[in-house]
Design a protein around this ligand. Structure first.
Ligand SMILES: [Zn+2]
Length: 92
């Protein structure tokens, strides 16, 4: 009767191993992106005014309509915001 116990153990092991190697549904294949957000200081951001990439820790940051904007210089920031102001002419 001992052979039965061994067989069952082997079967259980087999199913466990199969479960390990089976691709899981709902899980994305490929590398996940590292968390991009606050705290990263060597990330490049694009200046929407002069289209130059600048490190986020030296960029001039402002928020506009809930979006984060980064500029290479204060001048770019001011000019960009000034142009935006002229474009969006609301009644008032
Ligand atoms: Zn710029």
């Amino acid at each position: 009767m001992r052979i039965l116990i061994i067989l069952i153990l082997v079967l259980v092991l087999y199913y466990m191993l199969r479960g390990l190697f089976r691709p899981r549904k709902g899980e994305r294949v490929g590398r996940s992106h590292p968390n991009v957000g606050e705290g990263t200081d060597n990330e490049l951001v694009k200046d929407p005014y002069c289209l130059v990439y600048v490190p986020v820790n030296t960029a001039f940051h402002t928020k506009r309509e809930g979006k984060d904007l980064f500029f290479c210089s204060k001048e770019c920031m001011n000019r960009y915001l000034q142009e935006r102001k002229d474009n969006s002419s609301d009644a008032g």
